[in-house]
Design a protein around this ligand. Structure first.
Ligand SMILES: NC(=O)c1ccc[n+]([C@@H]2O[C@H](COP(=O)([O-])OP(=O)(O)OC[C@H]3O[C@@H](n4cnc5c(N)ncnc54)[C@H](O)[C@@H]3O)[C@@H](O)[C@H]2O)c1
Ligand SMILES: [Zn+2]
Ligand SMILES: [Zn+2]
Length: 373
């Protein structure tokens, strides 16, 4: 048994400010030893992502109570039987455990792993179990197989990607969600090509990763859209062309690009913004969305334009990435200067301040904050 302190979401839908309503409680938990194919991990750093916020505010329902957090890097402390990892290995955690055997996994699309999605929906590890034990003997749910806002966690080795130990944990953590999702959306889902005009709606950790990757892929111009001036300024400093968000953003992009951008990526999770992104896509172009709106939120589009303008609309989960291929690939791009994702780091904070951190994400004043341990 390992003792840990973890941020546990006890109830969703409590009102902001979260520093007052305190939806995340810091609880002392015990952890069972890792089972077959599992790892006990000491978390080095864990990022605050909007997908955590969506569980906190109730727009993305999950089984509660839940030990939250899904973007992290850490060190393997102990291994269960049958893993390829060893104590001391540094790892990044991906938020979909890939079984390696299902039809989607063998087809090269592990982000869509069937057993992985089932375990994530049920709040268990890939093998079906729960490893946290609360003081009253109940078992909090796991968040996306990771539960990173905790000093220690147990994960399936299928969630883990080995990395070089010299990469600092706060940078490494970003690769687990923001960079896989945003860079993958640009490079794979949108297949940004040299000379493309690109627009990215929403400049959080995911959107700015998409901006950086689109530039790395040789995009002619990347238009970066947000409601928050600081986000526009940051995107501009990274080489994007800022466009203020709001009702006029579509027309602004259509004017700047003579009819729309070739690749448009929505990372807001706001359905009307996806509709704007589609309208800002030129004929023959592609709209990609990674945003995660509430499950029942409908989307309204002019259907004829799909055909008559040969537009493509596609969703992108985990950036359509293969984490064991792409975490090392994107880290290499970071190291050679082509993906400066350290620019996304707003700062680090202790676990006890996590509710305040989510206030800063809620008001969009922070890009990526990481909890460090
Ligand atoms: N598909 C996936 O695999 C995946 C993975 C991670 C996150 N997500 C989702 O991606 C989205 C982005 O995540 P994040 O952590 O970067 O979020 P974030 O909150 O850090 O960033 C969202 C940004 O969108 C901006 N925004 C909001 N409304 C806008 C509008 N009308 N016009 C322009 N900009 C607007 C906000 O100001 C903010 O800067 C969320 O919906 C999250 O749940 C999806
Ligand atoms: Zn995330
Ligand atoms: Zn699978």
């Amino acid at each position: 048994m390992t003792e840990t302190r973890a941020a546990v979401l006890v109830e969703s839908g409590r009102p902001a400010p979260y520093a007052e309503s305190r939806p995340l409680e810091i609880a002392g938990l015990r952890l069972d030893p890792p089972g077959p194919g599992e790892l006990l991990v000491r978390i080095g750093a864990a990022g605050l992502c909007h997908s955590d916020l969506s569980v906190i505010n109730g727009s993305r329902p999950r089984p509660l109570p839940m030990a939250l957090g899904h973007e992290a890097a850490g060190e393997v402390v102990e291994t269960g039987p049958g893993t390829e990892f060893a104590p001391g290995d540094h790892i990044v955690l991906a938020f979909v455990p890939a079984c390696g055997h299902c039809e989607r996994c063998v087809g090269g699309r592990p982000a869509l792993c069937g057993p992985g999605a089932q375990a994530n929906g049920a709040g268990t590890l890939l093998g079906g179990g729960k490893r946290f034990v609360a003081a009253d003997g109940t078992r909090p749910n796991h968040h996306l197989g990771v539960s990173a806002f905790s000093e220690y966690t147990v994960v399936s080795s299928r969630s883990a990607v080995k990395i070089d130990p010299d990469l600092p944990f706060d940078i490494a953590a970003l690769f687990g969600c923001a960079v896989l999702t945003g860079a993958g959306a640009a490079l794979y889902s949108a297949a940004v090509a040299p000379g493309d005009t690109v627009a990215v709606f929403g400049l959080g950790g995911v959107g700015l990763s998409a901006v950086l990757a689109a530039k790395a892929a040789g995009a002619a111009t990347v238009y970066a859209v947000d409601l928050v001036q600081d986000k526009l300024d940051l995107a501009a400093s990274l080489g994007a062309h800022p466009v203020p968000g709001g009702p006029d953003a579509t027309d602004a992009i259509r004017d700047l690009t003579s009819g729309g951008a070739e690749k448009v990526i929505d990372t807001t999770g706001v359905v009307p913004v996806l509709e704007q992104a589609y309208a800002a896509t030129r004929s023959g172009g592609t709209t990609v969305t990674v945003g995660l709106p509430a499950p029942g939120a409908p989307l309204t589009l002019p259907a004829l334009s799909l055909v008559a303008e040969e537009k493509t609309l596609r969703g992108s989960y985990l950036g359509s990435c293969v984490p064991r291929r792409d975490v090392p690939r994107f880290i290499a791009m970071y190291r050679n200067g082509n993906l400066p994702v350290d620019a996304l780091l707003t700062g680090s904070l202790p676990l006890d301040d996590i509710n305040t951190g989510f206030d800063r994400l809620h008001t969009a004043e922070a890009v990526r904050q990481v909890i460090t341990f």
